[in-house]
Design a protein around this ligand. Structure first.
Ligand SMILES: NC(=O)c1ccc[n+]([C@@H]2O[C@H](COP(=O)([O-])OP(=O)(O)OC[C@H]3O[C@@H](n4cnc5c(N)ncnc54)[C@H](OP(=O)(O)O)[C@@H]3O)[C@@H](O)[C@H]2O)c1
Length: 351
């Protein structure tokens, strides 16, 4: 029997407003026995997903998932590699996506939260936290199930996506543009990101929401108003888009990152546009569509192969940098999926 030294990052205190990473988290080393019970397998974490939703998990409030407790390992979705196994279905060297949290190692058992990863050429393991993970699935189901893009999409349909240079937004915007041929306007927080949206992702327009002329620019870019608004940010951007919503328009409430650090979030001022335009605004959680993940992932894999979906990652190295990386999401320091690389994958020759 062996004992591993396992580095973990736990929630130390609940932030009230912006996250102070030094106060909110604590690093600890614990011993982990590698003795495995029946069906168990030991994994080492390779990549940790950083998600704005983590800010919500740090609050002690009613939500779609229970809050992370004080002194508990910070929850995250991860890609991990099996390094010892007592289970013939999870062999040493294989990769899984699982919720191990901010730590180096974990002993797992098969469950619906542990998903084996199939690697195919051109797809990196980290993609299973991004475009082929919950992020990509969020974009897919938000667009299909809430935005109803299959019914509304086409060249006469104007789609606006906020947080468009981020992980979820970039996939949502490309589905609207390259799968359904809509006119797509992406909103992001810098001119460089706007250039990326147009030149690299092929959107029609990129708008910087920090510009003084943002609302005027949005009006100019949406002469036929907005049929589908896929919202990742909430706040003032949501208000601007409410003012431009088309008759029977749809607002997909995917996220509201601009409000997550607010002590008391303020609501949209222009929501009465939903009445006058008979529009609909609807929230969702990606887990609602778990039974349909298979078909969605097949579609997304095909769109990647066909060049319809391009992705970027912002990779921070070292588990110890996970708290700072989380804060960077709220400063817009990522383009595409924000990840922490914790360890190298052990290649077949070294197993
Ligand atoms: N409903 C669901 O099931 C579900 C699942 C996953 C994610 N989400 C939501 O989807 C949204 C995007 O998540 P993600 O993982 O893809 O993150 P992301 O978009 O890759 O990263 C967050 C981005 O938000 C932008 N941002 C930060 N503060 C902002 C502010 N005050 N105002 C406007 N934009 C701001 C930044 O880009 P800029 O530089 O452009 O500001 C940053 O890069 C989040 O709101 C998240 O909670 C929902």
């Amino acid at each position: 029997m062996g004992v591993l030294q396992n580095t973990q990052i736990v929630l130390a205190s609940r932030p009230v407003a912006d996250i102070d990473p030094k106060a909110a988290f604590r690093t600890q080393k614990v011993s982990l026995s590698d003795e495995l019970g029946p069906g168990e397998f030991l994994v080492k974490v390779l990549y940790v997903s950083l998600d704005p939703a983590m800010r919500g998990w740090m609050r002690d409030v009613r939500s779609y998932i229970r809050p992370v407790q004080i002194d508990e390992v910070m929850r995250s979705s991860d890609v991990a590699q099996v390094i010892k196994s007592n289970n013939k279905d999870y062999r040493v060297g294989e990769l899984v996506r699982a919720s191990c949290g901010w730590q180096e190692y974990q002993v797992l058992k098969p469950s619906e939260d542990v998903v084996k990863i199939k690697i195919f050429p051109g797809i990196s393991p980290s993609s299973y936290l991004g475009v082929l993970g919950l992020t990509g699935l969020t974009a897919y189901f938000g667009m299909f199930e809430v935005g109803e893009i299959a019914a509304k999409g086409g060249p006469n349909c104007t789609v606006v996506v906020s947080g468009a240079a981020g992980a979820t937004g970039s996939v949502a915007a490309q589905i609207a543009k390259h799968v359904f041929g809509c006119r797509v306007i992406g909103i992001a927080g810098s001119d460089d990101k706007c250039e990326y949206l147009v030149k690299e992702l092929g959107l029609d327009v990129g708008l910087n929401y920090k510009s003084k002329t943002f609302f005027k620019d949005l009006c100019a870019a949406t002469p036929k108003l907005i049929d589908i608004f896929f919202d990742n940010t909430g706040g003032d951007i949501l208000d601007c888009c409410l003012r431009r919503i088309a008759f029977k328009g749809r607002i997909v409430v995917c996220g509201a990152i601009s409000t997550y650090n607010d002590v008391v979030p303020k609501g949209p001022a222009y929501y009465s546009a939903l009445i006058t335009q008979r529009a609909r605004m609807e929230g969702f959680i990606v887990f609602d569509y778990a039974k349909k993940y298979g078909k969605a992932l097949e579609d997304m894999s095909n769109w990647i192969k066909e060049g319809k979906l391009k992705t970027r990652e912002t990779v921070i190295h070292g588990l110890e940098n996970a708290p700072e990386a989380l804060v960077k999401l709220f400063k817009g320091e990522n383009t595409g999926k924000m990840l922490v690389k914790v360890a190298e994958e052990t290649t077949a020759s070294r197993l």
